[in-house]
Design a protein around this ligand. Structure first.
Ligand code: DP6
Length: 403
């Protein structure tokens, strides 16, 4: 074989989506394996608006495994990163030993270089670890030629990452086994199932960085009796109801369960000792706005949910998006001088809102409370980018200047 073909890195580039839970995961029964105390369910958001892109290069000449995240080299020895690398390599070896010819035997002894970027600002406060670990595991699997069930490995990077391994509506089944083998994600419905469903991410102007999910949920497990009650007595039934609402595209039920679940999750945060506050005045204003809007129409047309931060994620239907956005603009007058567009993503034509609706919204306007909005929808799971021009690593195995 000519020498130059031997030392050239093999590059694979993939993208993976963000997901937003409507039945929340909060609390682990095993920290190392990342096994949850309850099942959860999420909607995978469309990668046209929010995604992680990861290139993995494998080469005989690489001296060590290395990783670059959003332009900066990070420590490859991070335990969760090591878990994902180890588990994928273990799976590849097992498949090879079982006689699977698609496993790339050469690659197995090589070191890898990993480069990953998000197309959304970390400041957006979105759970970037979910898309990041899903993308890492999916890309590594392609490099080594392994397929099949991979969500159990993504889970070991970050719990919520297992749900980003699929598109559409996804449940993470908590499982019962000590070794976690049955704690995996499953698609409930594909993204094409509910084409009218829309998602708005309302990015609140946050004052400070809140407590991270990993540390937050650990304290909740140790101190909150409400969390124990939630996991044992509330979530099992709620999961069944939510799955049925998704199957039937029953928005009113979906919306009520989503809001109740978000509220209960934040109640467990308040029941944590010392308490954790993720919601701020902007978040609480959004909650009131949604309830006033729904009350005006006598039905749930819009739902909110909040993760470990103040940003609201709104679920609604296509026919209500334009009007609801106009109401948001009324209550949170945008800062036109920040040089950024207030609404990004899927285009929404402005509409007039009625005087009755304006009168029904009794809230003091909060100028600049929301810095911008991402308009999106449900989308597909991870995918491979075939165009070599999209690799984030150059032929030397180092990040390209703009990666
Ligand atoms: C509030 O998956 O970020 O977003 O497993 O410790 O990495 P670790 O936590 P993470 O927790 C996400 C919590 C949540 C709810 C959810 O996505 O279900």
């Amino acid at each position: 074989m000519p020498k130059d073909t031997v030392v050239k890195p093999v590059n694979v580039t993939c993208t993976a989506p963000v997901n937003i839970a409507v039945v929340k995961y909060w609390g682990k029964r095993n920290e190392g394996l990342i096994l949850p105390i309850n099942s959860s369910l999420s909607v995978t958001l469309h990668q046209d608006q929010l995604k992680t892109t990861t290139t993995v290069a494998s080469c005989r000449s690489f001296q060590e495994d290395r990783i670059w995240l959003n332009g900066k080299e990070e420590d490859i020895n991070h335990p969760r990163l090591q878990s994902c690398l180890r588990e994928i390599r273990r799976l590849a070896r097992k498949r090879r030993n079982d006689g699977d010819s698609s496993v790339d035997v050469g690659c197995l002894s090589h070191k890898v270089h990993i480069c990953s970027v998000n197309n959304f600002p970390t400041a957006a406060g979105l759970a970037s670890s979910a898309a990041g670990f899903a993308c890492l595991v999916y890309t590594l699997a392609k490099v080594y030629g392994v397929d099949g069930e991979l969500s159990g490995i993504a889970r070991q990077g970050s719990g919520s990452a297992c749900r980003s391994m699929y598109g559409g509506f996804v449940q993470w089944i908590m499982g019962e086994r000590e070794d976690g083998k049955d704690s995996v994600a499953q698609q409930v419905e594909p993204e094409s199932h509910w084409p009218d469903l829309r998602v708005l991410v309302l990015v609140a102007s946050a004052e400070r960085k809140p407590v991270g999910s990993t540390a937050g949920m650990q304290t909740s497990v140790e101190t909150s009796s409400l969390l124990k009650h939630r996991a044992e007595s509330v979530v099992p039934d709620r999961m069944k109801q939510m799955i049925e609402a998704v199957h039937k595209k029953d928005f009113a039920t979906f919306a009520e369960l989503t809001m109740r679940d978000s509220n209960q999750f934040h109640a467990t945060c308040l029941d944590t000792f010392p308490p954790i506050f993720y919601l701020n005045t902007v978040s609480r204003h959004v909650i009131s706005l949604v309830h006033q809007y729904n009350r005006h129409y006598g039905e749930a047309r819009v739902a909110y949910t909040f993760d470990a931060g103040p940003n609201a994620v709104i679920y609604t239907l296509q026919q209500h998006v334009a009007e609801f956005l106009q109401v948001v603009r009324l209550v949170f007058p945008p800062d036109n001088n920040n040089g950024k567009t207030f609404l990004t993503g899927l285009q929404v034509e402005p509409v007039e809102i009625s005087e009755e609706l304006k009168n029904a919204i009794c809230l003091e306007p909060m100028p600049k409370g929301i810095s911008y909005i991402i308009s999106t929808q449900a989308g597909p799971g991870p995918r491979v980018l075939e165009d070599p021009g999209q690799h984030l690593l150059g032929p030397d195995g180092l990040p390209k200047p703009d990666a």
